[in-house]
Design a protein around this ligand. Sequence first.
Ligand SMILES: NC(=O)c1ccc[n+]([C@@H]2O[C@H](COP(=O)([O-])OP(=O)(O)OC[C@H]3O[C@@H](n4cnc5c(N)ncnc54)[C@H](OP(=O)(O)O)[C@@H]3O)[C@@H](O)[C@H]2O)c1
Length: 372
Amino acid sequence: MRRALDLSRKGRFSVSPNPRVGCVIVREPSASADGIFRVIGEGFHLRKGLPHAERVALDSCAEDPRGSTLFVTLEPCCHHGATPPCTEAILKAGIRRVVAATTDPFPQVAGQGIKWLRNHGVQVDVGLLEDEARFENRYFLHRHEIGLPWVILKAAVSLDGKLSTATGQSKWITGEEARTHVHSLRAEVDAILVGVGTVLTDDPLLTARPSVSEIHDWKPTIRVVLDPQGLISSSSRLLKTAKDSPVWIFLADSVSPSQKERIETAGARVDFVSCSDEKLDLIQILRRLAEANILSLLVEGGGNVHTSFLENQLVNEVAIYIAPVLVGGKPSPTFYMGQGVSTMKEAPRLERVNRRLLGPDTLIRGILKWKL
Ligand SMILES: NC(=O)c1ccc[n+]([C@@H]2O[C@H](COP(=O)([O-])OP(=O)(O)OC[C@H]3O[C@@H](n4cnc5c(N)ncnc54)[C@H](OP(=O)(O)O)[C@@H]3O)[C@@H](O)[C@H]2O)c1
């Protein structure tokens, strides 16, 4: 199953909106002439419309898989989607036992794959390395279980936690290795979101430019902007590239239709959203993104947008790049302003914390656990 999980990760830049799935087919000792475990086939799912991991693994088998065990990181599908059901292929191949790490919440599967296999005489065991499998597929599972995209808050900060100087300068806090790393993080998610403040100050391109060596296949990331008053300039780098790489702008519903038209003419998708306290309704936005099959969203700032996501407890994971530099100054923003918590007991803590050195900088990444 660990090998199957490693394989599933190979689809991470291309597989969405489908889940990451890896599969390994093993001849068990009791069923093999030499009495040892032998991997006879393996595979992973690369992209929607291409064969699922189980079929890739079955097709790769070096010998007849009849009587062998199939390890898969997610319950096999039993419905006709973009490809035919994997359960039928498993049965036809004569697989004796299926070990699935976790069930699939997708409404057309949701336990039916396991039931169908059992009804047809295949032994099915569920739950091996389930935590790891759920972690690996957290974007997909969150979208289908909660109905919202998985939100990752990303920020580059100084050692004293500042996002920029008091005059708004933030280029560059971190070094080249950290900035290169951000591009693979961007390539892994479905969409990147910033506030219009960042667009006006930094004029970012927000495309993912990962190093070619680390990706198998890749699909462009959607660039999203919260722009309540329609302030984005038609000459911004985002709008100038909107016809080549998707841009989606959210405006307050009080903005004039002519502003909407100006932005749409540049090639961006534009949606109106309601406002409360002059802030766009984040839940409404997340629901629209989820409906558009966006499973994962990287929130890149600036401080006001970061703070809103945190205050509304809408952040699932953080990725903070910390640079060994001091900025100082009370007015210089951090990524968590607002009221904050009043006691340490209330402070949300990270779990599954991963620390990584990137040249002079450190990335701290982890899942955010909110106190209820
Ligand atoms: N170090 C880093 O990682 C990093 C990353 C990005 C940006 N930055 C820096 O951050 C600065 C820009 O940040 P900023 O805080 O001024 O602007 P921002 O957070 O990028 O954008 C704020 C804008 O978004 C609008 N908005 C709409 N809905 C919102 C909501 N629900 N919550 C919060 N804002 C919402 C705000 O509208 P209203 O005006 O109506 O409130 C405001 O106009 C720049 O200096 C940039 O260099 C640093």
